[in-house]
Design a protein around this ligand. Structure first.
Ligand code: F3S
Length: 429
């Protein structure tokens, strides 16, 4: 047996030695090798009740993944936990022309149905558990403070670590399901007290509340994978967690994680560990980054525009990456209605899609707001906009978004919430 440096318990060693079958032994070996690459010295139990998988799409090219899933199912290596999974890549309600649909169905997500079935067999929480915002109440996968997780979706990992105080590394796809199946993950990085200390102090000096997605982008690009301790933001978003600031932190965190590689941030006087430990969370020699209005403008002005024709009229607008909360849906509905009225219009001028978890969408559709939103022409979907934009033909379209994650990974052009609202509610030249 290969000599691993990691100290294993008798039970872990038995799994590695194949006493629970060859497949689980391979899963254990993979996680040990992964952990040792990051200097882990032991494996610790996954204590979070539920898992979350980043790979939700049945992409034609992922044959190796489907074979692996089949192997796991056949070997009875079913996840010890139920799990949610990232959003689905397709929704017939989202506008796509004949050619785009042809590519989706014949060249891209050809394995969606069979992959969905594999996920069910492996332990999918429920048929609607497809969303990156799995931690929202309606979805039912909200980890508790201190719980150890085996997740990979970057926007969910940063939220779970920072806002909920759970402990999870920025794993990759497949590693997430391996941890869920085994019930153990290697102990390193954000699982340790030392790894959760901040090596950057962010000093917010803006005059008004910063745009969440631009602030997250600025911090992400500066600190990359390090941990920032953010001072001065509680002036604007308060010192107690509530629906509004949690939605703000969801969007902010997704931008830190995608524009950089942040897996954990602390907000002074607000997030759980910062409230408990204060400045003691800041590592010795931490660097300082001052953010004022001019800095945020500089960051935003530097986003490249990669449309073929930068003056093109947008053909589509996506709002909700990460997925919107119920309150965000209500807020956007009211704002779109009000602005349309002011502009003397009845419907949005650009095809616009709001995206939300299926369970949030369902709750919203039971209210009067659903008909009001529909009347504005906005489409409500459970899709992942990134999966849509990965279609090479869709990627050529001028698409606008308020998501800095979508901007980073696709050709979509970023606008602030206020700019987007203005854009979709007035006549576009
Ligand atoms: Fe969620 Fe897809 Fe955006 S997973 S964060 S909607 S890229």
């Amino acid at each position: 047996m290969a000599a691993y440096k990691m100290e294993l318990t008798a039970e872990q060693q038995a799994i590695l030695d194949g006493q629970k079958g060859e497949t689980l032994a391979k899963v254990m070996k993979t996680l040990i090798m992964y952990g040792e690459a990051f200097g882990a010295t032991k494996m610790v139990p996954v204590t979070g009740e539920k898992g979350h998988l980043v790979t939700s799409f049945g992409l034609k090219a992922m044959t190796a993944v489907y074979e692996l899933m089949d192997q796991l199912i056949e070997a009875g290596a079913i996840s010890q936990q139920n799990f949610s999974v990232d959003p689905k890549p397709l929704d017939p309600n989202v506008p796509a022309n004949f050619l785009e649909n042809f590519v989706f169905k014949n060249f891209m997500y050809t394995r969606q149905n069979s992959y969905d079935k594999q996920l069910e067999k492996l332990g999918l929480l429920h048929k609607d558990a497809y969303t990156c915002a799995c931690y929202l109440d309606e979805v039912g996968n909200t980890p508790k403070k201190g719980e150890v997780l085996s997740w990979a979706e970057s926007s969910a990992v940063v939220y779970a670590n920072s806002v909920l105080g759970a402990r999870c590394n920025r794993n990759s796809g497949i590693i997430d399901i391996f941890g869920s199946i085994l019930g153990y993950v290697p102990y390193f990085g954000l699982l340790t007290d030392e790894g959760r200390k901040a090596t950057w102090i962010i000093d917010i000096q803006t005059k008004e509340i910063p745009e969440a997605q631009v602030l997250g982008s600025a911090i992400g690009m500066k600190v990359m994978e390090e941990v920032p301790y953010i001072k001065g933001l509680d002036r604007f978003i308060g010192t107690e967690l509530n629906g509004d600031n949690k939605a703000y932190l969801k969007d902010f965190g997704a931008a830190t994680a995608s524009n950089g590689a942040v897996g954990l941030y602390h907000i002074e006087n607000l997030t759980p560990e910062a409230k408990e430990q204060g400045d003691a969370l800041i590592a010795e020699g931490a660097q300082v980054y001052v953010i004022d209005d001019a800095e945020l403008k500089r960051v935003k002005d530097n986003y490249p525009v990669i449309w073929k024709n930068p003056d093109a009229k947008p053909k589509l607008c996506f709002i909700g990456c990460p997925h919107l909360t119920y309150d965000q849906l209500v807020d956007w509905t009211e704002k779109v209605e009000k602005k349309l009225k002011e502009n003397g219009r009845k419907k949005v001028s650009i095809p616009t899609v709001f995206t939300a978890p299926p369970a949030v969408k369902e709750a919203f559709e039971k209210t009067d707001y659903a008909a009001r939103l529909k009347a504005t022409g906005v489409i409500l979907s459970y899709i992942c906009p990134l999966m849509y934009m990965n279609n090479p033909i869709c990627g050529k379209k001028p698409v606008i978004t308020n998501s800095n994650k979508l901007r980073t990974y696709t050709t979509a052009r970023y606008y602030t919430n206020a700019e987007i609202l203005d854009y979709i509610t007035k006549e576009v030249q």
